[in-house]
Ligand binder design. Structure first.
Ligand SMILES: Nc1ncnc2c1ncn2[C@@H]1O[C@H](COP(=O)(O)OP(=O)(O)OP(=O)(O)O)[C@@H](O)[C@H]1O
Length: 781
């Protein structure tokens, strides 16, 4: 055993799971193949149902393989079954692009379901959730497992039905929103999401690491106060440089000491005293609105209202508002009437959401690079599944240029050369603006190209599937067309699942001979994993293919994360050739160094956000336990009977015990939800203010935050109870029943959900961290 373990360590990546037991099971499954092939369909289904009673993983693999062969025309490769077994053991399966994760995942989901667990297969978008569920449906049916899917536009009834299936495919955000809405349900019959059991996460690294801290928010219309115009007036009179300073990227602004003194003079208060938290936050938000948000760049004013322009999409974003009171501050700046404002009713991060599942597993092409984080945050380990056929992709070293201009010229030349040879090219850019710039250059060079930018998932998937066609040039952001297979020679005419997969064909061979798909990155991303994801688009299933990244010392990554090494003058560093190509090894190191710094910052942000959310999560859990006792039991009625005994007796006499119990439940739920929404708003303000206060005084912001947030949380349930008793006392009743309006229960007239992706200043933590970096810099100087 010890020897085997030592050997394993020699051949497998450190920190990864031992695949030997899985391989043994797959071998066993192989011996059963001929027997299983003889089974008529009905008997195969019956054999699968036996697995509900007794666990037999080799049998599951054998039956699953046969079911896939019959229903999808695809016989899972051994390595796919290894992936399936890893997922069944609660690991993350690292499988390269095009290795068939959808099928491996479906077999694992079916295996979990046959063990009696309810499985949520979490996708990154609606399109993939639906596509995969529909594609795999016949396979599930043959194994006797029911499947459903949820998308953004699914109705509550459709959602309930989909979640009632053994296996449900849904975008992770939709599951989160359903959970948030359920948490505000006022009747048990309104709930849609059953207790979670297994989360099988597709694109596990993106979801569990990159997006882990993105809050999913449920908001409701609320009559909150408009921003006080005095703050807009006040900050307008402040002088840049003297009273406030912006950072290099103009993404953060802070009062200087002179600025603080000026604000304190005008307002006549100590800005950093705890009781003036509200004023400090208001000044800070007004300053952001005044200095960092520019009319006609970040927003436009149309029909007397502020409309956001989404930077990434370059168009007016509908139904989006800025968080943290910014919307109101911008309205005050523009002297507009305040629009009806929203209030956050509840929110959850992806990490908390996934943390609720008893079993977690996932699949992705790039997991090992975040092995540490998957273990730290989710106790997950990684099974590195080898490819079915060895990868022969030619990954060339980066081409580094002194200036961005030289780089862009070189990229166009490289594309033109590959295109002339008939080789398809997929170009991955950093953002939409860059895609469009490159597209214009290509057009000027007379090159036909398709540009994708993550606006419509379904359409993009169809287009990117053609990126492997002879001579095709496709320009795409990192996000576009995720989860889509790029076949050499273009896609087969039928979409996946509708006909047996067909590989080969003359065009496939022609493109393969030309060298296969060439992937070009127009710059390194802020994490090497994203680079690898882009590279992975080429060379699928042993196809020929290649990749190369073009970088420059003026790239955003370098100027942001290794500013001392960047060269704003664009002078060639080391031995730069005629066209600005840099060959100096030290200069190449700079780009990798900047990327490592960026990865470190991301990790610190993740940890930091997690620390804050941890306490909020504990408080929420306590509140939800109380809410549950009210929703599904008689806790509210008992509380009112003891807290407002006289009124309780009177009302019971007039309206009957059942009506009183119902009214008590509605009141207590309402007050619990109100107190929670107010608590969240308080915590958000507190956090904003604490950072500023602590930075000024050299305190640890997290400790300061907890010092105030803990007692506030302790008061929560008591406050809700007191308010409930007061509402209950105010109830009036007649023979027609109890008039709930008399208790002043006004729930939001509408609710909506959103992801906090579009905060123009980055998340609160990002701002805080940047603030810290600035403070350190200031001290060093
Ligand atoms: N065992 C198999 N035999 C033949 N074709 C297969 C098999 N498994 C999967 N495929 C095909 O391989 C292609 C890639 O599958 P899939 O999209 O699931 O890959 P993936 O690993 O999810 O890749 P990506 O990283 O792009 O999401 C699909 O067209 C699928 O039909």
């Amino acid at each position: 055993m010890a020897l085997r373990e030592r050997l394993r360590r020699l051949v497998q990546k450190p920190g990864s799971v031992d695949l030997a037991p899985f391989r043994a099971l797959v071998e066993d499954a192989g011996t059963r193949e001929s027997r299983v092939r003889e089974l008529p369909d009905g008997e195969l289904t019956a054999a699968a149902s036996v697995l509900r009673e007794e666990e037999d993983l080799a049998e599951l693999c054998a039956l699953g393989r046969e079911a896939a062969r019959r229903t999808l025309g695809e016989r899972p490769f051994d390595v796919q079954l290894v992936g399936t077994l890893a997922l069944l053991s609660g690991h993350v399966a690292e499988m390269a692009t095009g290795e068939g994760k959808t099928l491996a995942g479906a077999l694992a989901a079916a295996g979990h379901a046959l063990r009696g667990r309810r499985v949520h297969v979490m996708s990154v978008n609606d399109y993939l959730a639906r596509r995969d569920a529909e594609w795999m449906e016949p396979l599930y049916a043959m194994l006797g497992v029911s499947v459903g899917w949820v998308g953004q536009s699914s109705t509550p009834a459709e959602r309930r039905a989909a979640y009632a299936a053994d296996v449900t495919y849904a975008p992770v955000s939709e599951v989160g929103f359903d959970l948030l809405r359920d948490r505000l349900a006022t009747g048990a019959a309104d709930l849609v999401l059953p207790e979670p059991s297994v989360a099988l996460v597709d694109e596990a690294d993106s979801v569990l690491v990159d997006e882990a801290m993105v809050p999913l928010v449920l908001a409701g219309a609320a009559d909150l106060d408009a921003a006080d115009p005095q703050y807009a007036d006040l900050v307008r009179r402040l002088r840049p440089g003297l009273h406030y300073a912006t950072d290099d990227e103009a993404r953060n602004v802070q009062l200087t000491s002179a600025g603080s003194r000026e604000v304190e003079r005008v307002l006549g208060l100590d800005l950093y005293a705890p009781e003036n938290l509200g004023a400090l936050t208001a000044v800070n938000v007004a300053l952001h609105a005044e200095v960092l948000l520019h009319r006609d760049v970040d927003y436009i004013v149309r029909d007397g209202a502020v409309k956001l322009i989404s930077e990434s999409r370059g168009r007016v974003a509908l139904l989006q508002r800025w968080p943290d009171g910014l919307q109101a501050a911008v309205e005050a700046k523009e002297a507009l009437a305040a629009s009806p404002s929203g209030e956050i009713l509840d929110s959850i991060t992806v990490q908390e959401l996934i943390g609720r599942y008893r079993v977690r597993c996932g699949m992705t092409g790039t997991a090992m690079a975040v092995a540490g984080q998957l273990t730290e945050f989710y106790a997950l380990r990684i099974a590195v599944v080898p490819p079915n056929r060895p990868c022969v992709r030619d990954d060339r070293p980066d081409r580094l240029y002194a200036t961005a201009a030289d780089k862009e010229v070189a990229i166009v030349e490289e594309i033109a050369a590959a295109h002339a040879a008939g080789r398809p090219v997929l170009v991955g850019t950093g953002d939409v603006a860059e895609s469009e710039r490159l597209a214009r250059r290509l057009a000027r060079a007379g090159l036909d190209r398709v540009v994708l930018n993550a606006k419509n998932d379904a359409e993009e998937a169809a287009i990117i599937a053609e990126a492997g066609a002879h001579g095709a040039i496709t320009v795409s952001t990192q996000m576009a067309g995720r989860g889509t297979d790029i076949r050499l020679g273009g896609s087969p005419s039928a979409p996946p699942g509708t006909a047996p997969a067909e590989t080969g064909g003359t065009d496939h061979d022609r493109v393969a001979q030309a060298g296969g798909l060439l992937v070009i990155g127009t710059g390194r991303y802020h994490s090497s994993r994203l680079d690898d994801q882009l590279r992975g688009r080429a060379g699928r299933q042993g196809d020929p293919g290649g990749s190369v990244f073009f970088t420059s010392l003026q790239d955003d990554l370098v100027t942001r994360y290794a500013p001392d090494e960047a060269d704003p003058e664009g002078r060639p560093r080391g031995s730069a050739g005629d066209e600005g190509l840099v060959t100096d090894k030290g200069a190449h190191w700079v780009v990798g160094h900047a990327q490592r710094v960026a990865e470190g910052v991301d990790l610190e942000l993740h940890r930091n956000t997690w620390r804050y959310n941890h306490l909020i999560g504990l408080q929420r859990r306590e509140l939800l336990a109380e809410r549950d006792a009210v929703l599904n039991g008689g806790a509210a009625d008992r509380a009112m009977a003891s807290g407002a005994a006289e009124r309780h007796a009177e009302l019971t006499k007039t309206a009957g015990a059942e009506a009183v119990a119902d009214a008590a439940r509605q009141i207590v739920l309402f007050q619990l939800d109100r107190c929670w929404a107010e608590h969240l708003a308080y915590l958000a303000d507190l956090r904003e203010g604490i950072h500023l206060r602590s930075l000024g005084r050299g305190l640890d912001p997290l400790i300061e935050f907890n010092r105030e947030a803990v007692p506030a949380g302790k008061r929560l349930l008591g406050d809700a109870r007191k308010r409930s008793v007061a509402s209950f006392e105010a109830l009036t009743a007649s023979e027609d029943g109890i008039d709930l309006d008399s208790a002043g229960l006004k729930r939001p007239s509408a609710t909506w959900t959103y992801l906090v992706h579009d905060n123009p200043f980055g998340s609160l933590d990002e701002r805080a961290l940047r603030g810290l970096i600035n403070v350190f810099k200031g001290r060093r100087r």
